[in-house]
Design a protein. Structure first.
Length: 168
């Protein structure tokens, strides 16, 4: 069973050092909580293998091109406007509609992916502590029950003022 632990720190140096040690221990589900934007190097917190945002945009763009082309072709075939021997299906108007739907569905898919990946809106209560919006920094670690004691000792030895176990 997974357990969530929140370590509260007084400054960012201790926070970043402890978060680096937690990551080195092999825990991937680590979040930093801060009342202000962190300007320090938090590169060790990034998980580079999980950047899937670009695929939402790609899928939306490809879907938009296909949907726009099909819509323009279907409209031309369903409601033909004969114009003195000119062809019913013409390329430039179809390309314009395809481009516009590419942009539209690409943006909508990107926005939907953003909401999905940032877990917005929050459907269940997220762990939080009042001091984190005032003057303290926090590390939120989701860990297995057998590694819980070791993670708590890492946070305390890293300078945590308080370590709180949060029931999920």
């Amino acid at each position: 069973m997974d357990q969530t632990v929140l370590g509260i720190f007084a400054n960012t140096d201790q926070l970043l050092a402890a978060s680096m040690r937690v990551r080195e221990y092999g825990i991937d589900e680590v979040s930093l909580l801060s009342p202000v934007p962190l300007t320090e190097d938090t590169g060790h917190m990034k998980s580079y293998g999980r950047d899937i945002m670009k695929f939402f945009t790609l899928f939306g763009g490809i879907s938009g091109v296909i949907a726009g082309a099909l819509f323009a072709i279907w409209t031309s075939v369903s409601y033909p406007l004969p114009r003195g021997g000119r062809p019913i299906l013409v390329g430039p108007p179809t390309l314009i509609i395809s481009f516009e739907t590419l942009i539209l569905l690409g943006v909508l898919a990107t926005f939907g992916g953003f909401l999905l990946l940032t877990r917005l809106p929050a459907l269940r209560k997220r762990p939080y502590h009042d001091r984190l919006s005032e003057d303290r920094f926090g590390i939120l670690v989701k860990v297995k029950e057998d590694k819980l004691m070791h993670i708590e000792s890492i946070l305390v030895s890293g300078g945590a003022e308080e370590v709180i176990k949060i029931e999920d």
